[in-house]
Design a protein. Structure first.
Length: 271
């Protein structure tokens, strides 16, 4: 059996968590990632019949029974994943009751998955219902995106429109826009349910004054969505207090989206 520490999915998690910490998106133990794995690939590295222990998830995810995820641990710092993946990450499988996680590897110090796991599982269920290839959910606290929450209306159309205006690529990268939730208590099923509902329309959901959720087919896609929003938010924060002389007009954004053949939220433009 191959060495689990050399598995591509472990290497990917090490690299992306280190990068997100370096960017300042995931201070201390902020942020979490869940990545649905291919069972056959995992079987090359682990005995899938060897369940180390079981952990209640706090949520009934019958749609995900048998699915395997690599998930960041609760209270763990992203900066430490690269050097100690076995304590800071875990590979879990959703058990037959849908309410229990079977630990197949990781959380070696007795820990468990992020407290936001129910929100992640709910978001996976929602995204899989509209995109069967969705495999990743990332939650992080990008600085400029958060700053923008304090000075911009928390209205999905207006927030998305402003981001689209900041960079030519934005309407192409996230043509479905950005969902926005009001401030809610984190770590609860309530915020998970609200996020999952938004995930039926959006791959990106802002948690007001907290952070952002991004979903995608792989780690690169989910990371890239958040990265593009953060760049646009940074440009907004650098320019919002200055007179605006130039902007990308709505007609230009329409031309751009149609030139790239993306399905965009026409109702988010003022045409």
């Amino acid at each position: 059996m191959k060495n689990i520490l050399e598995a591509p999915f472990v290497e990917e998690m090490k690299k992306i968590t280190a990068n997100m910490y370096r960017l300042g998106w995931d201070e201390r133990n902020g942020g979490n990632i869940s990545y649905m794995l291919d069972e056959k690939e995992v079987a090359e590295y682990l005995d899938l019949n060897n369940v180390i222990r079981t952990i209640p998830t706090g949520f009934g995810a019958k749609e995900l029974i048998g699915k395997i995820f690599i998930v960041t641990g609760t209270g763990k710092y992203f900066k430490n994943v690269e050097y100690d993946p076995e304590n800071n990450l875990g590979i879990i499988r959703i058990a037959e009751d849908g309410k229990t996680a079977e630990l197949l590897w990781g959380y070696a110090d007795g820990g468990k998955f992020t407290s936001e796991l129910p929100a992640h599982l709910m978001s996976h269920i929602s995204r899989l219902s509209v995109d069967p290839e969705n495999r990743v959910v990332i939650h992080s606290h990008p600085t400029n995106t958060l700053a923008m929450n304090y000075v911009h209306e928390l209205d999905e159309k207006k927030f998305t429109h402003t981001l689209w205006e900041m960079c030519t690529e934005c309407i192409v990268v996230f043509p479905d826009g950005v969902g926005v939730l009001p401030w809610m208590l984190c770590g609860t099923n309530e915020i998970g349910e609200a996020t999952a509902e938004k995930m039926k329309e959006f791959r990106l959901v802002i948690w007001a004054m907290h952070g952002i959720y991004g979903a995608g087919k792989n780690l690169d896609e989910a990371f890239g969505l958040i990265e593009t929003v953060e760049k646009a938010a940074q440009i907004y924060m650098l320019t919002s207090h200055l007179p605006r002389i130039n902007t990308i007009k709505d007609k230009d954004m329409q031309i751009l989206a149609e030139a790239f053949g993306v399905e965009y939220r026409k109702d988010f433009l003022n045409l």
